[in-house]
Design a protein around this ligand. Sequence first.
Ligand SMILES: N[C@@H](CCC(=O)N[C@@H](CS)C(=O)NCC(=O)O)C(=O)O
Length: 233
Amino acid sequence: MTLPVPAPTQGAATLALYGHPFSSYTQKVLTALYENGTPFELRNLDPAAPGGHAAEWLRRWPFAKFPLLVDGGRTVVESSIVIEHLQLAHPGPLRLIPPDPVAALEVRFMDRFFDLHVMAPVQHAVGAALTGDPARRAEGVAVAADKLGKAYAWLEGEWASGRTWAAGEGFTMADCAAAPALFYADWTHPIAAAYPLLRAYRARLLARPSFARTVEGGRPYRHYFPLGAPDRD
Ligand SMILES: N[C@@H](CCC(=O)N[C@@H](CS)C(=O)NCC(=O)O)C(=O)O
């Protein structure tokens, strides 16, 4: 089935993003929105936040995952699809997916890498810690440490070619994925000094204004991190 993509719009906020400022996948989309100065309204799903948005979010997406974007009459889920949608329907000055299909494939691959091989192990450890069971917490952290160690080693090798951003010299969707993934991964299993290029990349992401703004938005919620948020970043 082919759905029509809304015509590009500018000006007033027509976009509503359901999510949480401390959620990694919400942060991935927030970084993309801030990169292009795209107007939107954040519908914060924190239980203490005003608005009572949870019911509408669950009505639109009973799978209970966020972020979720509402663009006019359309519901868009899955953070990478949301960013692809933004590129098509609300393009800004920065193309987060390059026009060249081969370059775009590399961006999509690195986006998948950060979601599947960095963020997923972090979510595993966090989920285990949230059970409150010390044995499950220890198992979750051990599994994550093993997987993240492999991911860090692979990423260090990729950066040895001299790239600045995840898919080359331009900031893309892959960096939107990498930023929260590496942010929380380093809290879960610190990136060792043996990986200076990866550590420098994480620092570069934290210095990027779009992600720095995202991190500030999540700061009030750091007590939610069940493995204990370190006093840095
Ligand atoms: N593949 C999804 C992952 C979304 C996801 O896992 N979101 C988390 C928050 S970071 C969530 O909804 N957690 C709530 C839950 O699992 O109950 C995406 O890219 O949007």
